[in-house]
Design a binder for this molecule. Structure first.
Ligand code: CMX
Length: 155
């Protein structure tokens, strides 16, 4: 048997390889949703879905205003652009309002970035930066993640 076939068929080997290369994602931390106006959308989340907006925060570094709702362990993050040069403004102009990114919780954003890069994934951020709610965040480019803007975060 070829060595790579042996390694792929051996439970212990695949377990060790997996442990060495995975990002240790614990859960979906939040789903980011691009909107033109946070205020216009809060009533839908509160009065129709029954969620509570517990935090509204401006993230200068990302040029966005955010609003957060908890749905179990996962949050919904509404993102309103603060200027025409914001990534969110560009997204809405091109694609309209809607799901903008998925964010995974990891123990270490830098370690997860290093693992993604070692697998040939294009990074938007080479190192973690400050996101909303005091989290460290970094993005993977949608061009190398099947069209889904992917955020890694830890707090
Ligand atoms: N999901 C999927 N694809 C996306 C995307 C998204 N959210 N945003 C842009 N793209 C696609 C575009 O459609 C475009 O694809 P095509 O070339 O096929 O048309 C491509 O990516 C390039 O997009 P662009 O409009 O030319 O925009 P830029 O290259 O200037 O920027 C991106 C794209 C993803 C690198 C940029 O938006 C970015 O850096 N995003 C990460 C930061 C961010 O979104 N911050 C706000 C969130 C704040 C927070 O959660 O705290």
């Amino acid at each position: 048997m070829r060595i790579e076939n042996y390694l792929n068929n051996c439970y212990l080997c695949t377990h060790i390889i997996h442990k060495k290369t995975n990002m240790d994602i614990s859960h979906i931390e939040h789903l980011g949703i691009a909107v033109k106006s946070i205020e216009a959308h809060i009533p839908y989340y509160e009065t129709v879905l029954g969620l509570t907006c517990y935090n509204i925060e401006v993230v200068e570094e990302q040029n966005v205003k955010t609003a957060f709702f908890k749905a179990g362990q996962t949050k919904i993050e509404l993102l309103e652009p603060l200027g025409d040069d914001s990534a969110i403004a560009k997204f809405i102009e091109k694609r309209g309002e809607g799901i903008h990114h998925i964010a995974f919780a990891v123990p270490s954003v830098q370690a997860a970035l290093d693992k993604a890069e070692s697998k040939g994934i294009q990074l938007i951020d080479k190192a973690p930066r400050n996101g909303a709610e005091g989290l460290q965040i970094a993005f993977l480019h949608p061009k190398s993640t099947g069209g889904v803007l992917t955020e890694l975060c830890s707090g």
